[in-house]
Design a binder for this molecule. Structure first.
Ligand SMILES: Nc1nc2c(ncn2[C@@H]2O[C@H](COP(=O)(O)OP(=O)(O)OP(=O)(O)O)[C@@H](O)[C@H]2O)c(=O)[nH]1
Ligand SMILES: [Mg+2]
Length: 488
């Protein structure tokens, strides 16, 4: 395998870090758990519920060390990295429990440290330090760019944008692109306009109706403090993969900026965060894909495959052999399962399992154990059977968020309603069969097969001033897979 110099320097830095983490771990065993998912996948709610449950006495029968009483207590501690924002746990709990509202969108990385005092099965008292790192899935999907040239990325992005539902969303950008000559002299205005139209196209793909997942470069949609910088002012050009960019051309300019994006954004993320994780949770909003239609489901599958590719990046290089293995478990979870009747929970899990299994088959050698679970970190609904004519519909009861609409009715945020969200098929295969397997919002038909209302978080019975546990679905199964073996 060939290395360029910058890769070697990167490797050395990662290894130095790994050694530091390791020596700290000798005295105080630490597990770094990465939580990721595309925007709105449910990361903030998941982490908040996880910590709330562990520190405030949640009900987790399937989480063995907890259910058997071996966990004495769990409490928050100052996090190890001074330069990373703290996950604002207390604020999120207040929002969820007191205001019965969902937390605001978060767009940056954040971190929180939880210390779990437990008794080993042999009776010894130990403390597991759990560092939870929350980062946007869009950053993760950027990792494959590290192994791609500008020309390769251009070709792939263009091919993707010319297929399926994407082509109409990309029409304006494509029209502009066809007026550009890659070999022509560099032109700042052309770069600016391309980047703007390309970003508009990415944003349209992400829209609720289309719910696409594969949208690189991630920072185009969440630029933060890099907004307007040259590292974010480029776009794909129609150039041959093995071609040479003439000096001073638009092509050379775009290519240089693509490199800067990797240097300024992708590499530091890989080095400072991703390469240090021990385990990873990938949250997936599969329901959003059902809501939208088959195209979004195919796109999600491709994104999952891209995500699995990310876990191979950086493996198999010479220094890694000394300081790895790092990520040894990956959990894919379909979030917000409380939008479905429990009869569909297993089916939701089966859909995700299928989407991932194809990806796993393609991405050999992730070197990690992979599992799948459908869950709701915070359960906002209860179940009911609604009789309509002769039919008995497995329905769910909840309080729709103010402004949500169904059947021409707009909800006020305080009325509880029963809805029938649609039933997932017995055999997940049928969903993946064709572009007409089911109809969603993207088809612009009135009778979509699935329609999910957004509900407010549940009302909790107050227990002598203290809030009692947040209800959930299968959060304990996720915990068992992620940390159960560390607490033996
Ligand atoms: N009913 C229900 N809704 C959920 C659950 N988890 C998340 N949601 C919904 O999904 C939305 C997004 O959840 P977040 O936890 O904020 O998602 P995120 O991944 O942190 O989103 P960003 O910070 O925008 O990237 C919430 O506002 C809720 O509407 C859940 O367990 N049950
Ligand atoms: Mg968030």
């Amino acid at each position: 395998m060939a290395f360029d110099f910058s890769d070697m320097v990167e490797e050395a830095r990662i290894s130095a870090r790994a050694l530091m983490d390791f020596s700290e771990g000798l005295f105080n065993p630490t597990l770094r758990l990465g939580i990721t998912g595309l925007s709105r996948a449910g990361k903030t709610v998941f982490i908040t519920a996880l910590i709330h449950g562990l520190t405030r006495g949640g009900r987790f029968p399937v989480f063995e060390p907890y259910a058997s009483g071996r966990i004495a207590r769990a409490h928050l501690e100052p996090q190890p990295d001074d330069a990373v924002p703290r996950f604002d746990y207390e604020h999120h709990v207040r929002t969820l429990v007191d205001e019965r509202a969902w937390p605001n969108s978060t767009v940056d990385i954040s971190e929180l440290r939880l210390a779990i005092d437990y008794q080993r099965q042999n009776g010894a008292e130990r403390t597991l330090t759990l560092d939870i790192v929350d980062y946007p899935g869009e950053w993760l999907l950027d990792l494959p760019l590290l192994n791609k040239s500008y020309e390769q990325w251009s070709r792939e992005s263009l091919a993707l944008s010319r297929g399926g539902a994407r082509s109409s969303l990309a029409a304006e950008w494509h029209a502009y692109l066809s007026t550009l000559k890659a070999q022509a002299p560099a032109d700042e205005q052309a770069a600016l306009t391309s980047a703007r139209l390309f970003t508009d196209y990415l944003r349209a793909c992400r829209d609720e109706r289309f719910a696409m997942s594969l949208l690189t470069p991630g920072r185009f949609l969440m630029p933060g403090n890099l907004a307007g910088s040259p590292a974010l002012t480029f776009a794909p050009l129609d150039v041959p993969e093995d071609g040479e960019a003439p000096d001073g051309s638009l092509w050379a300019m775009m290519r240089r900026r693509y490199q800067s994006y990797k240097d300024v954004v992708v590499r530091p993320f890989f080095r400072d965060h991703f390469a240090r994780l021990d385990r990873q949770v990938v949250l997936v909003d599969a329901l959003a894909a059902f809501n939208s239609g088959p195209n979004a489901l195919f796109d999600l599958e491709a994104a999952l495959s891209g995500i699995l590719d990310c876990f191979r990046i950086g493996r198999g290089t010479f220094l890694n052999a000394l300081f790895r293995p790092r990520i040894d478990r990956i959990l894919f979870t379909a979030t917000k399962a409380d939008h479905l009747h429990h009869t569909s929970h297993d089916r939701l899990e089966a859909v995700l399992r299928r989407a991932v299994s194809r990806a796993v088959a393609r991405a050999e050698d992730t070197g990690a154990t992979i599992d799948v679970v459908a869950l709701a970190a915070v359960r906002a609904t209860r179940e009911a059977q609604v009789t309509r004519g002769r039919e008995n519909l497995p329905s769910i009861l909840g309080t729709p968020i103010a402004g949500e609409q169904a059947d021409g009715e707009t909800f006020d945020g305080s009325t509880e309603v029963a809805t029938f969200p649609g039933e997932l098929p017995d055999d997940p295969k049928t969903l993946f069969e064709s572009e007409r397997a089911f109809s969603g919002l993207a088809s612009a038909k009135a009778n979509a097969d699935f329609r999910f209302l957004r509900f407010r978080p549940p009302r909790l019975a107050q227990d002598s001033g203290e809030a009692i546990a947040l209800p959930h679905i299968r959060l304990d199964r996720a915990m068992q897979f992620l940390i159960g073996d560390y607490l033996q």
